[in-house]
Structure formats: structure tokens, C-alpha cells
Write a protein that binds this ligand. Structure first.
Ligand SMILES: NC(=O)c1ccc[n+]([C@@H]2O[C@H](COP(=O)([O-])OP(=O)(O)OC[C@H]3O[C@@H](n4cnc5c(N)ncnc54)[C@H](O)[C@@H]3O)[C@@H](O)[C@H]2O)c1
Length: 316
């Protein structure tokens, strides 16, 4: 008898949520109002972080900008303040350093208040083949791209839980859903970030903290400079994405409280295929799409490369 009741309940809820998701395809969800929310963006000194800061500033949110690059972050701060009514606070913070994250987080709580939207966006890429990647660069990828998310969530989630109000945003990558050659450390760290965000989303749901939302973002290559030199074989299937387009998509996903955002849409299909076709078929498909050679001409950020060589020299 229990099995019948249980199964009926399951089928009822399953059908309800299926129809709900279908209805959102026809009538888009109402966008939430973020005026007055305290939005913290890590890695706000350039690229997506800067563009997201501009959007949230225009919507009247209070901004907390974190970056290891003080100069870039101050520029974002200046640009965001130019958007009118936004209050903007910039902090230098190395997100890979746990103590620093907790220290600057306390400073933010005292000087600005409790963060209500946390966007874990800071990221680094090595772009070398596995055996050419120095150990400290592997560690750096994990510290910045994955472990920092643990520290920021631990610092700001308790206040969100207390208020049963908040939003955690994880900027992962398509490389966080499918492995990519010459991106072994990056891909592994992005899988970790994805896993943390998805598991925490489920944990909060089970604890009935349904007003703390989660958004997990997985884009393909974006023209921000981070993946300078990377190529795509068939741009009409897997285009190199414009940063303005991606930032708008992310903003929209946050405002509509979408849990997953994968860009471009073709990647949803590739991800589904990965589960059903054989690994050899998957390799043939990635060769056809040029994914196997996309990193061959990778240059990345010149400045970051110089920093890497300095750090490498220090380690020699
Ligand atoms: N550019 C792409 O093709 C692409 C694709 C998929 C996902 N992403 C992800 O999107 C996010 C934003 O990337 P982007 O393209 O805007 O790159 P970006 O290089 O323009 O921005 C990254 C920012 O992170 C900051 N940062 C790096 N290490 C830090 C640290 N230890 N502490 C604090 N800040 C630090 C950098 O200073 C920089 O301002 C990253 O997480 C990246 O992995 C990018």
C-alpha cells in the first residue's frame, strides 16, 4: 500500500513540475527585483565580472567587488559608480587564500552588510597539456576555480540561511561538464565547482531553504581574453561567444532564478549525447567539431602568462 501511495505522490509531483517547466518555455518567469540586494562578484576586475557589475549597478543593487587585480577592480568600481544610483564597494581579495577570504568577508559584513547574491566568478586557466602543467599551477586552478567557492559560501551562506533569502551563483564552464584536452586542471576544477554548487543546491532544498536560489553557469569559449587564441571549427554550431551576450544571459538566468544555464544551447544536446553514445563515438564527434584542436593555438592573457612564468621561476 505504501508503495502505491508513494508512487502516486511521485508521479503527481513529477507531472506537475514537468508541466511547470513547459509553461516557463511559453511564458517566461517573472524577473526578480534586485534593487537594494547586496551583490558580491569575485573576479570583477575584468571580463564577465565587470559586465555583470555594470548590469547589477543599473538595476540599483549594492555592489561588492572582489579581485586580486586592484587596478582592474578600481576601474570596474569607477564604471559601476557611473551607472547612477548604485553603491559600490571594491576590495582587493585573493580568493585562493582562505584566511584572506574570511578576513575580507568580515570586513564586508561590517562595512556593507550581509551579502544576498554571491557570484563566484573569479577564474584562471593554465592551458598546458597535463604533463607540462607545473604542480603549483594545478593547485592554483583548484584554489581559484573551486576551493574559493567553499570559502565564500561558508562566509556568506549562514546569513542567507538565517534570513531564508539569498542566491548563490557559480560560474563553471562547459569544461566543467565534459573533459577537454590541454585543459585538464581547468576542467577538473570546473567539475569541482559544478559539483559543489549542485550538491549545495540539493542540500538547501532538503533543509527546506527554498528561498536560497542557485544558478550554475556553463559557457563555451567567450571573447574576454582569458582563452585568447582558442579556435572553433564550425562557429554556427559552437561559436566563440561575445562577452556582452553571455553577461546578459547570466543576468537573465539570475533574475529568473534558473538553476542551470548552458551556453550555447547546442551544448545541452552534446551533454545528453555523452550519456548515451559510446566514448569512441564521442571522440569522433569532438574531432568533427574541432574540440580536440581548439586549444592548439591558445595564448591566454599575456599578463597572466608573464605572472605564471615569474611564479614558475620562483618555484625553480
Ligand atoms: N572566457 C571564457 O572563455 C570562459 C568560458 C567558460 C567559463 N569561463 C569562466 O568565467 C569566469 C570569468 O572569466 P572571464 O572570461 O571574465 O575571464 P577574466 O580573466 O576576464 O576574469 C577573471 C577575473 O578573475 C580574477 N582573478 C583571478 N585570480 C583571482 C584570485 N586569486 N582572486 C581574485 N580574483 C582573481 C582576475 O583578476 C580577473 O579579473 C571564470 O570563472 C572563467 O573560468 C570563462
Amino acid at each position: 500500500m505504501d508503495v502505491i501511495i508513494d508512487t502516486s505522490k511521485f508521479l503527481g509531483k513529477f507531472l506537475y513540475y514537468f508541466l511547470e517547466s513547459l509553461s516557463y518555455k511559453i511564458i517566461p518567469k517573472r524577473k526578480k527585483n534586485v534593487a537594494g540586494e547586496i551583490v558580491l562578484i569575485t573576479g570583477s576586475g575584468s571580463g564577465l565580472g565587470r559586465l555583470l557589475a555594470m548590469h547589477f549597478a543599473s538595476l540599483g543593487a549594492t555592489l561588492v567587488l572582489w579581485d586580486i587585480n586592484e587596478e582592474g577592480n578600481m576601474e570596474t568600481c569607477r564604471l559601476a559608480k557611473g551607472k547612477g544610483r548604485a553603491k559600490v564597494f571594491a576590495y582587493k581579495c585573493d580568493c585562493s587564500n582562505r584566511e584572506e577570504v574570511y578576513r575580507v568577508a568580515d570586513q564586508v559584513k561590517n562595512e556593507v552588510g550581509d551579502v544576498t547574491i554571491l557570484i563566484n566568478n573569479a577564474g584562471v586557466v593554465t592551458g598546458k597539456s597535463f604533463l607540462d602543467t607545473p604542480d603549483h599551477m594545478v593547485e592554483r586552478s583548484f584554489f581559484v576555480n573551486a576551493l574559493s567557492h567553499f570559502w565564500t559560501c561558508k562566509a556568506f551562506l549562514p546569513a542567507m540561511i538565517k534570513a531564508n533569502h539569498g542566491h548563490l551563483v557559480c560560474i563553471s564552464s562547459i569544461a566543467g561538464m565534459v573533459g577537454v584536452n590541454s585543459l585538464v586542471d581547468y576542467s577538473a576544477s570546473k567539475f569541482a565547482a559544478f559539483g559543489l554548487a549542485e550538491s549545495l543546491f540539493l542540500e538547501l532544498g532538503i533543509q527546506n531553504k527554498t528561498e536560497i536560489k542557485t544558478t550554475i553557469v556553463c559557457p563555451y569559449f567567450i571573447k574576454t581574453g582569458m582563452f585568447e587564441g582558442c579556435t572553433t571549427k564550425y562557429p554556427f554550431i559552437l561559436p566563440l561567444l561575445e562577452q556582452d551576450y553571455v553577461a546578459k544571459k547570466i543576468l537573465n538566468a539570475i533574475l529568473e532564478e534558473q538553476v542551470y544555464l548552458i551556453i550555447p544551447k547546442f551544448a545541452y544536446f552534446a551533454f545528453l549525447l555523452k550519456q548515451i553514445i559510446s566514448p569512441k563515438m564521442m571522440i569522433v564527434l569532438s574531432e568533427y567539431l574541432g574540440v580536440d584542436t581548439c586549444m592548439s593555438s591558445f595564448k591566454g592573457r599575456e599578463k597572466e602568462n608573464e605572472l605564471e612564468t615569474e611564479t614558475e621561476r620562483e618555484h625553480q
